[in-house]
Write a protein that binds this ligand. Structure first.
Ligand code: SAH
Length: 212
């Protein structure tokens, strides 16, 4: 099967699994996922699975990227913070949906590769930094939307602080290696409203010193 045919099959699969937002589907269609995975996995880029990207980390399953992007309700004027750049794939999908993406990654080598991809694909509305994403990006706050792509054991309040009034944050929360759940949190009149969306399995959000 050709790459194009595999991509069409994936998009149909996503629609069947509840991805109805046409902006999100079109963004997924336009981002070449094969450029975000190590060479040996390139032929699996349009399978609906997570794949290893080095440093024990993974590029998320396309369905999870699509459902989380949809849940975030991103508008084209918005400023979005992503925690856990990883391969950079989710950041580029978000970059197609909003005005600017700020993304934080704790592994410098992963970040360097992701930044190389942003340049190669001429995606110019992503600003990235190496650091502990649990601290957010206070200098750039507030954000209209926040997406966390590593699992915290509880809601990171520092991130909630950096969410704008009327903003939405989507994140996986739960025990490491156990059942985690994607939550959507809306900040309204200074209060937070939480919805439980779907179960997932993410690598942990790790705090503390940066690895080399
Ligand atoms: N969004 C990525 C997938 C992320 S996997 C993609 O599209 O490919 C989760 C990523 O979160 C990993 O790269 C991991 O190194 C990173 N991470 C874990 N804890 C972090 C933290 N405290 N701050 C920033 N990044 C973190």
């Amino acid at each position: 099967m050709s790459g194009e045919a595999r991509k069409i099959r994936l998009i149909m699969d996503l629609r069947r699994s509840g991805v109805t937002d046409t902006r999100v589907l079109s963004a997924i269609e336009r981002v070449p996922r094969e450029l975000f995975v190590p060479e040996p996995f390139a032929d699996q880029a349009y399978e609906n699975t997570a794949l290893p990207i080095g440093q024990g980390q993974t590029i998320s399953q396309p369905l999870v990227v699509a459902l989380m992007s949809q849940a975030l309700e991103v508008g084209d004027r918005m400023k979005v913070l992503e925690i856990g750049t990883g391969s950079g794939y989710q950041a580029v999908v978000l970059a197609k949906l909003c005005r600017r993406v700020y993304t934080v990654e704790r592994y410098k080598p992963l970040l360097a590769e992701a930044e190389r991809r942003f340049r190669a694909l001429h995606v110019h509305n992503i600003t990235s930094i190496a650091g502990d994403g649990a601290r957010g990006w206070p200098e750039q706050a507030p954000f209209d939307r926040i997406l966390v792509t590593a699992a915290a054991t509880s809601l990171p309040l520092t991130l909630l602080d950096q969410l704008a009034e009327g903003g939405v944050m989507v994140l996986p929360v739960g025990a490491q290696g156990g059942e985690q759940e994607v939550l959507r949190i809306r900040k309204k009149d200074g209060q937070q409203q939480t919805e439980r969306l779907f179960p997932v399995r993410f690598v942990p959000l790790v705090s503390g010193e940066l690895p080399e």
